[in-house]
Design a binder for this molecule. Sequence first.
Ligand SMILES: NC(=O)c1ccc[n+]([C@@H]2O[C@H](COP(=O)([O-])OP(=O)(O)OC[C@H]3O[C@@H](n4cnc5c(N)ncnc54)[C@H](O)[C@@H]3O)[C@@H](O)[C@H]2O)c1
Length: 447
Amino acid sequence: MKKRDFLKISSALVSSSLIPSSLFASPTNKKKRVRTAHIGVGQMGAQDLNSIASHKSVDVIALCDVDSNAIIEASKLYPKAKTYKDYRKMLKDIAADIDAVIVSTPDHTHGPASIMAMKMNKPVYCQKPLTHLVSEAREMKKLSEQKNLVTQMGIQVHSFYDYKLATILIQGGIIGKVNTVRAWTNSDHGGYDGPTPIGNDPIPESLDWNLWLGTSPERPYKKDFYHPGEWRKLINYGCGTFGDMGVHIFDTPYNALKLGTPLTIKSECRKPNSYSFPKKNRVTYKFPGTAYTTSNLTWIWSDGHYPLDEDNLILPNQEELPMQGSMFIGEKGRLLLPHFMEAPRLIVDGNYKKIDTSKYSKAQKIGKPIRKYNIATKIHYHEFIDACLGKDKVSAPFSYSSRLTETILLGLIAGRFPNKILHWDNINAKFKEDEANQYLSGSYRYF
Ligand SMILES: NC(=O)c1ccc[n+]([C@@H]2O[C@H](COP(=O)([O-])OP(=O)(O)OC[C@H]3O[C@@H](n4cnc5c(N)ncnc54)[C@H](O)[C@@H]3O)[C@@H](O)[C@H]2O)c1
């Protein structure tokens, strides 16, 4: 089924009798409580659920998961919430009773579920990466802007002190104009280089496999290959290590340097197959210059133990690089931003140089570093709820996070053409290399 047709069916479910109860789009509409519906409540979804519910003005109304075990666990904490297996049925049944939707499913379901909720005028908090396809990212940006909806992507470190501080430092010119950003993780958890599994295993009784597959292509169920969590290694459902971690680690450089869309993208990785992402990748982007960069910017990502032996990654005192993070390289020095919950470090002429953080923290109201993850993480979720209540602004709305996601997705497409430079035409949303354009959007399975 064409994506367009799926979206038509989803829209048809939003009948005219279901006038959206949430009119948060209007800043004059003052609400006192936010009633939430959660799609995907296992693993990260459980964290999303508890963090959203920790806001004193939230009432959890509905829980949806395709695995009944996840529903059983979540229901223990929110026994009054209605439960569902199919998000389409949930949204249709209770549209009038909810004010916001939280999407915490595997990546391939982010777009279809969020778009359906947004068409019902619901504010949406959606996990990262925002979408699985470039076309979905563009559609979500358009919808959120047209409908003026409160939206937030789940990149909670975006709201952490160290990331805000690094942004202020870079924009304040602490290392001059930036020419290169290097970003990395040593992890290869989102890659798989083995053979495509053959045969099938019995589908666990708790899992609705058809609903799990959703709009993505059908596959026979195989234990330990898809659900839970393993899907991130697979092209039809996830976005590899790059999509999983790159979106977090690239967020601060992307935001601080006010980058737009890249001009060119090149990926160095193993020969592609149509099943899984490589365990080891290096992706090089060229961006046009901005106010904070030299006339153009090179951004290089690597994952899966790609050698980190470039001169501009050497740390003072022969220290080892953090396992993951980013390095801004500028005219006057370098700024290292470990991922995560560590302060940025300034390096000038091969030595660390102290940063007077107090002057930035006070002037820009970025608060103090919080070193407890479960406390720091709530900021981003509460920001979304407060924005729904008209009391705050979101910091990672879809208008921003769709562009960040699109950039990462373009890098994944480049992985289909190792060592080839792809040229991106932002205005027309297509590559100059026509063979790459087939991967920008996909056809949706009818389920
Ligand atoms: N922001 C972060 O720090 C962070 C960390 C981990 C994961 N994530 C993101 O969270 C999302 C989920 O990742 P995960 O590791 O928890 O995956 P997971 O596979 O472990 O869990 C996904 C949950 O969603 C449920 N689910 C799957 N399809 C569904 C559907 N169509 N409708 C309703 N429920 C469905 C599953 O049954 C499961 O309970 C991903 O997008 C991932 O990138 C973000």
